[in-house]
Design a protein around this ligand. Structure first.
Ligand code: ADP
Ligand code: ZN
Length: 217
């Protein structure tokens, strides 16, 4: 069973990898970052509550985040596997995930970690552009859309995420090293951790991860 958590620092390429992993292996893609951004875009009570935190690069509180993930993982479309992206990010979230995984009979079977040095992360994040409508990700230097500023997939105007500025990125990276990176050890001890080089070109990374997932199945 492919019950996957996708890990790695901000800018390592989790979202981009997720777009083809979910297609190739027919997995529901559960991105807590996307869920939070949707809530903010629709100005829901949740969106209003978290906006300042997310825009400044902070972490949304564990209780709220875990409740959201538990509800999502319990849905029927996760019964044959799932691709969790951006969760868990703290020790409390990892513990909650273990517990809910057991409760609903859907424990994590693989932790895929994308590694990437800090200097690459910062330059990628500050040059990233995203489609607010379909979520596609571009880069003004390395992954330009066919028409400048326009999404190839749906024609919407591309935007820069509010938290993709240097100051917010710094906070995200600090949070990553303080709260999230220590979880890698935990998944390693559980024998679930598999690391891939996030600096590879997208096509090479795809070859490596796909081959690994196929051999796992
Ligand atoms: P990235 O990996 O590029 O930093 P994400 O899209 O995964 O970004 O997340 C964007 C923001 O959403 C985070 O900076 C944080 O504010 C919030 N967020 C996402 N996932 C979590 C989580 N598991 N716990 C707390 N906050 C989260
Ligand atoms: Zn689009």
């Amino acid at each position: 069973m492919l019950n996957i958590i996708l890990m790695g620092p901000p800018g390592a390429g989790k979202g981009t990898a997720a777009t083809w992993i979910k297609e190739d292996f027919s997995l529901p893609h559960i991105s807590t970052g996307d869920m939070f951004r949707e809530a903010m875009a629709s100005n829901s009570p949740l969106g209003k509550q978290i906006k300042d935190i997310v825009d400044n690069g902070g972490l949304v509180n564990d209780e709220l985040t875990c409740a959201l993930v538990k509800e999502r993982l319990s849905r029927k479309d996760c019964q044959n596997g799932y691709l969790l992206d951006g969760f868990p990010r703290t020790e409390a979230q990892a513990e909650a995930l273990k517990k809910m995984g057991e409760e609903i009979g859907r424990p994590v079977t693989l932790a895929i970690n994308l590694t990437c040095p800090d200097e690459v992360l910062i330059s990628r994040v500050t040059t990233r552009r995203v489609c607010p409508k379909c979520g596609a990700s571009y880069n003004v230097i390395t992954l330009k859309p066919l028409k400048e500023g326009i999404c190839d997939h749906c024609g919407s105007a591309l935007i820069q995420r509010k938290d993709d500025n240097e100051a917010s990125f710094k906070v995200r990276l600090e949070n990553y090293y303080r709260s999230t990176a220590p979880l890698l050890d935990y998944y390693k001890k559980e024998g679930l951790l598999h690391e891939f080089d996030g600096t590879l070109s997208m096509s090479n990374l795809k070859v490596e991860i796909s081959a690994f997932l196929r051999s796992y199945l």
